[in-house]
Each structure stands twice: as structure tokens, then as C-alpha cells.
Design a binder for this molecule. Structure first.
Ligand code: 5GP
Length: 191
């Protein structure tokens, strides 16, 4: 998505060799007009897949997922990072290792909001090592729901998550794929 790549080139800040800060339009201040374009692009890519629910993870996926859901005309469920125990099987839960915080979270979704009748599109901001997406995929599997695929805004293609998830036969659409990046040279896109 050219508009997104331009924005990353203009406002993205590379930290070290593997973290891209996009606080100016995605992760802190949110450019809602850009989000609308992103939502429309996800719709273009997943139209006709029968998506009736969008699943994301708190916190940074929620804004993108909500605006995307306006294009799909469906609700958003976000996996909560929670200490709550799975009392009487009321929730689906899994563990996710955070790339940015370097710790493991329990995340959960109430059984009320995800089930076998659902066709789910997973949305998140970044794809790096794949832990966040794999956690969300595990929740979809527990629910017995159909997975249409996953849409991520930025994939760091030099990290292993995308390759591993696609190798499972899961459709992953990334709107900007980064081949490499460094503080000196900035960001180089894969395609
Ligand atoms: P993964 O689980 O695929 O390793 O990482 C995905 C999650 O980590 C995303 O939800 C995102 O919040 C965070 N993340 C991973 N890499 C980056 C990055 O380079 N920049 C930012 N801002 N967040 C990242």
C-alpha cells in the first residue's frame, strides 16, 4: 500500500535494527484518515471471505481493528491481557510473548463473543516473531470458528513470524512488508 509506505518513510523511526517506531500515526497518535484507507484495503483483500467478526489484541490493534470493522460492517472482539482465571470454562485463553515488552501475557476472549458460527479476520498493527498472531489463531481454534486470515499493517519480513504462519496454510496479508532496516539507512521494503 503505497500511501502507507510513504508515511513510514516520512515518519517512521528505526531503533536499533529491529524496532520501528510509528507513534506519530499508528501507535500513539492515530491518523484516522489513514486508518480508513487501511480498512478499505483490508476489505479489498478479504472481500467475499464471509468475515463476520474481527479479532485483535489490546492495546495497539484496537484502533486499526475498529476502523477496519466499519468497512466490514461487523463487530470487533479484542483479546484481553488478563489475570482472570478461566472460571468454569467461560473464556478461551492462551499465552503470548510480547515482542516489545519481552514478557509473557495470558490473553483471553469470552466464549460469549466467539464461536463456531463465526468467520474471523485477525487484525494487528505489526507482525514480527508471530507470537501475537499465533496466540489469536489459537483462540480462534479453541472457539471452533473459521479463520479467513490475518491482516497486519506492517510486517517485518526479516523476522520469522510471517513465514511460519503462512507455512501453516494461513493467509496473511501485510500492507507494508519491510525487508530490512537500520538507523543509518532507514527502511527498505520487500515489494
Ligand atoms: P510478534 O508477536 O509478531 O513478535 O510482535 C507483534 C506485536 O509486537 C505487535 O502487536 C506490536 O504491538 C509489537 N511490535 C513488534 N515489532 C514492533 C515494532 O517494530 N514496532 C512497534 N511499534 N511494535 C512492534
Amino acid at each position: 500500500m503505497e500511501l502507507l509506505k510513504q508515511r513510514i518513510r516520512r515518519d517512521g523511526i528505526v531503533k536499533g535494527n529491529d524496532v520501528l517506531k510509528v507513534d506519530g500515526f499508528l501507535n500513539h497518535q492515530m491518523d484516522v484518515a489513514l486508518f480508513e484507507e487501511i480498512g478499505r484495503e483490508f476489505l479489498r483483500r478479504f472481500e467475499g471471505c464471509g468475515v463476520n467478526k474481527i479479532l485483535t489484541i489490546e492495546a495497539s490493534g484496537i484502533g486499526i481493528a475498529c476502523i477496519t470493522a466499519q468497512s466490514f460492517h461487523c463487530p470487533v472482539v479484542f483479546a484481553k491481557k488478563s489475570q482472570t482465571k478461566n472460571i468454569a470454562g467461560q473464556v478461551y485463553s492462551t499465552k503470548v510473548e510480547s515482542f516489545t515488552h519481552g514478557r509473557v501475557y495470558d490473553v483471553m476472549v469470552s466464549r460469549q463473543y466467539l464461536g463456531p458460527e463465526d468467520t474471523v479476520l485477525i487484525i494487528d498493527d505489526f507482525l514480527a516473531n508471530g507470537a501475537a498472531l499465533e496466540g489469536l489463531i489459537h483462540l480462534v481454534e479453541q472457539a471452533g470458528a473459521r479463520l479467513a486470515g490475518a491482516g497486519v499493517v506492517i510486517e517485518k519480513a526479516f523476522q520469522p513470524g510471517g513465514g511460519r504462519i503462512r507455512a501453516r496454510g494461513i493467509r496473511v496479508e501485510a500492507l507494508a512488508r519491510i525487508k530490512s532496516m537500520s538507523e543509518e539507512k532507514g527502511v527498505e521494503f520487500a515489494d
